[in-house]
Design a binder for this molecule. Structure first.
Ligand code: PMP
Length: 455
């Protein structure tokens, strides 16, 4: 418990001094910031004492749940022993090295090297440069173009926002940068038309082939996508999608990058999302669940194919962050992974709470305003629909999603809305009764939407 005296005017101080990420500051200041003061398990508490069930694990990241004192202890011990040292000039620290080994042990054998960053965005910038230097080191400096997806999310740095497929982000800051291209997303509900999901999965995967043809195979370095597109609305691809994408990357000799920032560390009931879909990436950025958000740390998992070139051909890689492999963050991440292992959280998601969540979530499909309710592991989306039979969507998707989201929050459950999709991504430790609470509160919010639109 924090015994520091409570500051009564925090909201006013916040409005005066704090610029928030992804926020319209005028609107936020008019409304006032919600101040979150403490948390335990899957619950967070605001400054009025109100409790919320956080069905979003912070920002898709608190995989082991809140209140893990052993992570605090590991960080404190490391801070006392060695708060900081870098890994630039021929040095390392024990936690950084051991964390790299530990992560590699869960990759399934082929991604054995880790480059550390502080965030998912930095991980994106890092693999983007690695992909280009890899081809250059192999004598193919013209292989520089990178293909990503519309509506994908890969971070907010210049490369991250460029690779992401968010139009509103591109409009701010003259993005994307040169050499970045986008193809369609496997969003069957909205874009699949009369095709079956499987047909549609193949159709959008073939867009990769077409884009490679358009750019020229000799100019394309890599393709990046999230195993399940997260911020873009938990877009779960049809079964045909990933195998086809993997075949194309292999046949056309371009690097496959699986953005594991959300899907990594158990969320889909596998250590990494690519394992769930049965594919083998060449590069895989990670963050979030790596430390369950207790301290900032990210990285890029590098396959032997790429690492061998980096180690043997490249010479110096002129890239790094002061805090790459920060020992305190690495110690926290190691303890976080120990918890995931010892509590069997990946298996729990795969065999127990994931299937339970899937059934509870799917039950929402009987609701009048729900077109589809899907999930993998503990990552779910409810697609709102104005007409279930024809898959017609509401004309103002953002307003509708916000209405449902706000109703949930007012009633003590934190969910996220992306347009007209309601998203859940709770801690891997969530109990069955807590899953029931989430689904029940969301059902009430859906009733509220139905009653509001009918009125
Ligand atoms: N990639 C994906 C798939 C993400 O979801 C995010 C963050 N939501 C990022 C990259 C960027 O991570 P960060 O916010 O830690 O920079």
């Amino acid at each position: 418990m924090n015994d520091a005296p409570k500051i009564s005017n925090l909201a006013a101080i916040d409005a005066a001094h704090h610029l928030h990420p992804f926020s319209d500051m005028k609107q936020l200041n008019a409304k006032g910031t919600r101040i979150i003061e403490r948390a335990e398990g899957v619950f967070i508490y605001d400054s009025t004492g109100k409790r919320y069930l956080d069905a979003f694990a912070g920002l898709w990241c608190v995989n082991v749940g809140y209140g893990r004192t052993s992570i605090a202890e590991a960080a404190r011990r490391q801070m006392e022993e060695l708060p900081y040292y870098n890994s630039f000039f021929g040095t390392t620290t024990p936690p950084a090295t051991l964390l790299a080994q530990k992560i590699a042990s869960h990759t399934g054998g082929k991604l054995n090297r880790i480059f550390f960053t502080n965030s998912g965005s930095e991980a994106t910038d890092t693999w983007f440069r690695i992909a280009r230097v890899y081809w250059k080191a192999l004598g193919k400096p013209e292989k520089t173009e990178v293909i990503a997806r519309k509506n994908g999310y890969h971070g907010s740095t210049v490369a991250g926002a460029s690779l992401g497929g968010m139009k509103l982000m591109h409009e701010q800051g003259n993005l994307p940068i040169e050499g970045v291209h986008h193809i369609g997303q496997p969003y069957w509900y909205a874009e699949g038309g009369d095709l079956t999901p499987d047909e549609f999965g193949l159709k959008v995967a073939r867009e990769l082939e077409a884009k490679i043809d358009e750019l020229g195979e000799d100019r394309v370095a890599a393709f990046v996508a999230e195993p399940i597109q997260g911020a873009g609305g938990v877009i779960i691809p049809p079964d045909t999608y990933w195998p086809k994408i993997a075949r194309i990357c292999k046949a056309r000799n371009i690097l496959l990058v699986s953005d594991e920032v959300i899907c990594g560390f158990g969320r889909l009931g596998s250590w990494f999302g690519y394992q769930h879909f049965g594919i083998e990436p060449d590069l895989a950025p990670i963050a979030k669940g790596l430390s369950s958000g207790y301290l900032p740390i990210g990285g890029v998992m590098v396959s032997d194919r790429v690492a061998d070139v980096m180690v043997n051909e490249l010479g110096e890689f002129y890239h790094g962050f002061t805090y790459s492999g920060h020992p305190v963050c690495a110690a926290a991440a190691l303890e976080n992974i120990r918890i995931i292992e010892d509590e069997g959280l990946v298996e729990r998601v795969r065999d127990d709470i994931g299937p339970y969540f899937a059934a509870a979530w799917k039950s929402l499909e009987d609701h009048e305003v729900v077109g589809q309710a899907e999930s993998v592991g503990l990552m779910g989306a409810v697609q709102l629909a104005a007409d279930k039979a024809t898959r017609r969507r509401y004309s103002k998707p953002d307003d509708i999603g916000t209405l449902v989201r706000n109703h949930c929050v007012e009633n003590g459950v934190i969910l996220r809305a992306t347009g007209d999709r309601m998203l859940a991504s709770p801690a891997l430790t969530i109990s069955r009764s807590e899953v029931d609470q989430v689904v029940e509160k969301l059902r009430h919010a859906l009733d509220h939407l139905r009653d509001t639109v009918t009125a």
